[in-house]
Design a protein around this ligand. Structure first.
Ligand SMILES: CC(C)(COP(=O)(O)OP(=O)(O)OC[C@H]1O[C@@H](n2cnc3c(N)ncnc32)[C@H](O)[C@@H]1OP(=O)(O)O)[C@@H](O)C(=O)NCCC(=O)NCCS
Length: 150
């Protein structure tokens, strides 16, 4: 069955945390941070669910008086990768950011995370600038941006 995308709810939190744990080695979000994001009005928090459980999630943040939205986190369960799920989540998040009047979607990605960079490039993101010593472990990052055409 095709996974369904919908807004995240508090009941999704345990599965989101488990996926976060398996998807990221550093700079992980904890329960309190995810709960805050769920309650945050200036965010879009989507999950991809199949009958047997959570397959992915993605969060976009908005700022007051800013037309720039930020893709804050995205992850897909290992068993569900390579099937276009992250692309579907980002496309849905970008559509919502555009609906809210945003002109650009930005993100930060680890310089050594080639899979994620390929994903973003395929969706039209381009590298804006490098970010030295950006992650908890001192790893470098890249800022990438996608224009949201209206
Ligand atoms: C990065 C991630 C979200 C991709 O999820 P996904 O659902 O497998 O991505 P998609 O199936 O939508 O992939 C779309 C495109 O991204 C690129 N891509 C995805 N995974 C890739 C990989 N392992 N190697 C190279 N390119 C990859 C490909 O261009 C792919 O298109 P193709 O299938 O036509 O080749 C997933 O691997 C993940 O959760 N990784 C751990 C968490 C993470 O790194 N998040 C991003 C933090 S910035």
């Amino acid at each position: 069955m095709k996974p369904r995308l919908r807004a995240a709810t508090p009941a999704d939190l345990p599965a989101i945390l488990a996926l976060e744990e398996s998807a990221f080695a550093t700079d992980r979000f904890n329960h309190r941070q995810f709960r805050y994001l769920l309650r945050q009005a200036r965010a879009t928090f989507l999950v991809a669910r199949a009958e047997h459980g959570l397959l992915g999630y993605g969060v976009v943040l908005y700022r007051v008086n800013s037309r720039r939205a930020r893709l804050y986190t995205i992850a897909v369960a290992e068993t569900a990768r390579g099937q276009g799920l992250a692309s579907a989540l980002i496309t849905a998040l970008a559509t919502e950011a555009r609906r809210r009047g945003c002109r650009q979607l930005g993100l930060e990605v680890r310089a050594d995370n080639v899979a994620a960079q390929r994903l973003y490039e395929k969706l039209g993101f381009r590298v804006a600038n490098p970010l030295a010593d950006y992650y908890e472990d001192g790893g470098a990052g890249l800022r990438m941006t996608l224009p949201l055409d209206h």
